[in-house]
Design a protein around this ligand. Structure first.
Ligand code: SAH
Length: 228
């Protein structure tokens, strides 16, 4: 899978060299690159922003460097071109699974007050938001998309089963997890997890999942019911 993040701050993506995503890159399962939009600016000072028409605070990213950058990276429009935006559809487990099935993703990261609408109209297929709050740039949002998506690419997680247990995979939040030691600061691991009875363990975990989903995210349970 190829992922290209278009940004004015490419070094922010260096942290993807760590952990699970970093290992997937090293193993050649995903090829992730941050592309510096500034290198495509035709302005003699490589300027990439300007004041908004109609007035208002802040700066807007200009269309030309982004347009040329996208067309240099993806001349045949083979990539799914995504703009990270608080106005986009919400990033979910389902969206991550869907994106993981694509070969090529292009993630455009805005900054300042955003991006000239015309380049979005001309080039972008889809807008994705990481939640109802405003970040100063799309980079962290793009990294959420990358991390959440790469986990679903075959061969990335050690066992293909490991994401099937996790929160949201069956429309519920995950049960609580415990590891050694059996007693910590006087708190014991639930007895059922120590007895090796897999049926009982599965039942206990299912009950815990339902309980925590009911108390924290009842909206998820209504979706599960609605589908069955
Ligand atoms: N003025 C815009 C916000 C600009 S924030 C507005 O009010 O809608 C600057 C950039 O950060 C955006 O261009 C976008 O790429 C990114 N960004 C901010 N919040 C985001 C969110 N919740 N999800 C995804 N990207 C976001």
């Amino acid at each position: 899978m190829k992922i290209r993040a278009l940004t004015l701050f490419p070094r922010m993506f260096d942290c993807l060299n760590e952990s699970i995503v970093g290992r997937a890159v090293k193993n050649g399962i995903v090829d992730i690159r941050a592309v510096d939009i500034r290198e495509y600016s035709k302005d003699k000072h490589f300027k990439c922003d300007d004041t908004p028409y109609g007035g208002g605070a802040g700066m807007v990213m200009t269309a030309q460097p982004i347009y040329d950058c996208i067309n240099a990276i993806d001349p045949e429009h083979e990539y799914l071109r995504i703009y990270m935006s608080p106005k986009g559809e919400r990033l979910t487990d389902g969206v991550c699974r869907e994106l993981a099935a694509r070969d090529k993703l292009l993630l455009l990261c805005g900054h300042y007050e955003g991006v000239d609408q015309r380049v979005l109209d001309l080039c972008i297929d889809r807008e994705i938001s990481v939640g109802d709050y405003v970040l100063s740039g799309g980079e962290l949002a793009a990294m959420c998309v990358i991390d959440g998506t790469v986990r679903f690419v075959d061969g990335v997680l050690g066992s293909s089963l490991s994401h099937e247990d996790e929160s949201f995979s069956d429309g519920m939040l995950e049960y609580p997890q415990y590891t050694r030691p059996p007693i910590f600061m006087g708190l014991e691991v639930p007895e059922v997890l120590l007895n090796g009875n897999h049926k009982e363990i599965a039942r206990f975990r299912r009950e815990q999942s339902e309980k925590i989903t009911q108390s924290r995210r009842p909206d998820l349970l209504s979706t599960v019911d609605g589908e069955s």
